[in-house]
Design a protein around this ligand. Structure first.
Ligand code: FAQ
Length: 314
């Protein structure tokens, strides 16, 4: 395709809020930004299975166990849609795995915190999936077609995830004093890390301006975080829990909750690989990848054996 025609067409597509599709011309920076963000998103879904999978065998009832298995399985599915969508940009799944395992690509900071007890399953569903939904509902309008379409199904499933988390905490918050204390302790530990999921302040975010111009991002990090805070604080109050922030206050004029300072040193250390569980999470992921080698080899051998026959009959 003629380069100038491609550039003009890309500009018009973005301007008119249409979708960029895999075979369309796109700037190199647009492609590499999408690969970075979508791969990080896919890796987050897959690494994000670890903190919850840890609790499947310890869920308190058969019903809770079934629900948690379904949720963790959904996360695997989200990872698969997102890897497939990322592959449409010309990068293979093997390359993406390699970049995750070697630390060249990231996954969400939130999955470097430990899950200490059952209340943490409630906090992850309510707070972590809740934050993911706020971000992902907006990503349904992202300018890259395959990413935007993947978000539609993912958002529906995340909505179930958030509700199952809230329902776990509702039971605990209405239970014994010890159960209420568990719910409060989980909120205390997960509140600040969940706010960090939205990324650095806009003033410190190197990618936001360009990503907004390309309509990859539709709302900035700080604005999304504020939407999340406004939605989540009343939910905590409904549970009878206290947000662990002495500076939290409601501004009658703006109609928004304002919060104290986020610990950005903790955030940057975590995304640079020095969080509580970064090494364990990646070691576990690499081991699972190596243990699954025979399955991939078997699948490839099967495909090799059957492809010629399919081609012949075509
Ligand atoms: N963690 O300039 P920005 C889920 C990095 S899904 C780690 O603001 P950008 C479902 C960023 O990559 C959760 N790194 O960057 C689930 C960049 O690094 P680089 C995942 C972070 O991309 C629930 C640098 O900081 N969701 O939870 C983080 O414009 C339960 C500068 O930042 C997504 O990935 C972070 N929190 O905006 C699963 C959503 N924040 O490359 C299991 C899609 C920033 O310059 C259980 N992603 N960084 O070295 C996005 O919307 C964006 O990528 C942002 C960051 C908003 C995360």
């Amino acid at each position: 395709m003629d380069q100038q025609y491609g550039q003009e067409r890309f500009a018009t597509t973005i301007e008119s809020d249409e979708k960029v599709e895999p075979r369309d011309w796109m700037p190199d920076g647009y492609r590499s930004t999408l690969i970075r963000q979508m791969a990080q998103h896919a890796h987050s879904e897959v690494i994000g299975m670890q903190p919850e999978a840890n609790w499947i065998s310890r869920a308190p009832t058969l019903m809770r166990k079934m629900i948690l298995i379904a949720k963790v399985q959904d996360e695997a599915g989200h990872g698969l849609y997102l890897y497939s969508a990322t592959e449409t940009l010309g990068v293979s799944r093997d390359e993406l795995q390699e970049m995750l395992h070697s630390g060249q690509q990231k996954y969400s900071s939130i999955f470097n915190y430990p899950t200490l007890n059952w209340a943490d399953m409630g906090a992850i569903g309510w707070l972590v999936d809740g934050a993911a939904i706020v971000n992902q509902i907006v990503l349904q309008r992202t300018s890259y077609g395959p990413y935007s379409r993947a978000m539609v199904k993912i958002c529906k499933e995340e909505s179930f995830h958030a509700r199952q988390g809230y329902s776990i905490l509702m039971v605990l918050a209405q239970g014994s004093e010890e159960q209420k204390a568990m719910a409060q302790d989980a909120l205390d530990r997960w509140w600040w890390p969940s706010l960090m999921m939205f990324g650095p302040h806009d003033s410190e975010s190197p990618h936001t301006e360009q990503s907004m111009a390309w309509k990859i991002k539709r709302i900035t990090n700080d604005d999304l975080r504020q939407m999340y805070i406004d939605q989540t604080v009343p939910q905590a109050h409904y549970l009878g829990l206290t947000i662990p922030d002495p500076e939290l206050s409601f501004d009658e004029e703006t109609g928004h909750w304002s919060i104290g300072a986020i610990d950005w040193d903790e955030f940057w250390a975590t995304i640079k690989g020095d969080g509580r569980l970064n090494r364990e999470r990646i070691a576990h992921k690499v081991k699972a990848w190596e243990d699954g080698q025979w399955v991939r080899e078997g699948a490839m051998a099967y495909a090799d054996k059957h492809t010629p026959r399919l081609n012949k009959s075509a």
